[in-house]
Design a protein around this ligand. Structure first.
Ligand code: GDD
Length: 261
């Protein structure tokens, strides 16, 4: 089979872009999302990070990769969570010299057609967060319980760790590689939504320019969400601990007069 022509290799003013798509049982979605993405941003490369999905997502991704040299596949041994799949994707991006790494769900919740907006915003930012909760952002067809979890969760995180970000749990974002190089990914243990909170917070603490841009998040039409009560619980306990640690550090600084570590 002849591979599709690569087209442009870089995105203007940004460089080499890798979109990491973690997958677990996304056989119904992976063709659609990669097709939309390749049309929306022909210069971008795609890495499907599949956790040995029982529904054969990995084999479909291999077929797509065989036909298009902008599509790559990372086969992982088994289901280890969203965060672990992204960390493996980031390490792959670093090994292969990408300038920007994008996180995107496989199920169409994150519209590839909005990616140029996120990439263009990197002109004045190091990390661009697609946001449902800034003016202009929205969610489509979300069940009431997801809406409530996201709004209450984001409010809780903002209050607990004291960050101004409106949608810190969102999973549609573009990182300059400099951010991923600096935020000590080896020590990231969080998974699920908490992984998103963790990375954005690390970037903010390092003083990187973090910008939120409105996006439309659409509920998946095919396949099942992997959201579970464990994912929500993890976000709660970890952010509570981080909030307490941040406050304790602020008090220590006040008492000793020393700047932050
Ligand atoms: N490789 C791998 N991929 C996974 C795993 N769990 C989930 N994924 C993939 O991660 C993406 C998001 O999973 P969903 O199950 O659809 O996520 P969600 O609950 O709708 O969560 C989304 O919204 C959250 C905030 O509302 C975000 O925090 C989260 O990152 C994601 O974007 C999908 O492509 C899914 O296949 C896993 O264990 N391993």
């Amino acid at each position: 089979m002849t591979k599709a022509a690569s087209g442009a290799e870089t995105y203007p003013n940004v460089g080499r872009v890798l979109v990491v798509i973690p997958t677990y049982n996304e056989a119904e979605n992976i063709r659609v999302i990669t097709d939309r993405l390749r049309k929306a941003v022909p210069a971008a490369y795609v890495l499907v990070a599949d956790d040995n999905s029982p529904d054969g997502t990995g084999a479909i991704a291999d077929e797509l990769a065989a036909a298009d040299d902008h599509i790559k596949v990372l086969h992982r041994e088994g289901k280890q969570g969203l965060g672990a799949a992204y960390l493996a994707g980031f390490a792959w991006a670093r090994e292969h010299d990408y300038d920007v790494v994008v996180e995107m769900d496989a199920d169409g919740s994150h519209a590839p057609e909005e990616l140029p907006k996120l990439l263009d915003a990197l002109a004045n930012a190091d990390l661009v967060l697609g946001s449902r909760w800034v003016p202009g952002g929205k969610v489509v067809n979300w069940p009431a319980h997801r809406f409530a979890i996201s709004r209450i969760g984001n409010f809780y995180v903002r209050t607990a760790i004291g960050v101004p970000v409106k949608d810190i749990t969102g999973g549609y974002r573009a990182f300059r590689m400099a951010v991923l190089d600096k935020i000590e990914l080896d020590s990231v243990a969080s998974q699920g939504y908490c992984f998103q909170i963790d990375l954005a917070w690390r970037a903010l603490k390092q003083g990187f320019r973090v910008v939120e841009l409105p996006i439309t998040f659409a509920e998946r039409e095919r396949g099942a969400s992997k959201m579970s009560s464990n994912i929500v619980r993890e976000a709660l306990w970890r952010t509570t601990i981080w909030g307490v640690q941040a406050r304790a550090a602020a008090v220590r600084r006040k008492l000793t007069g020393r700047p932050a570590d």
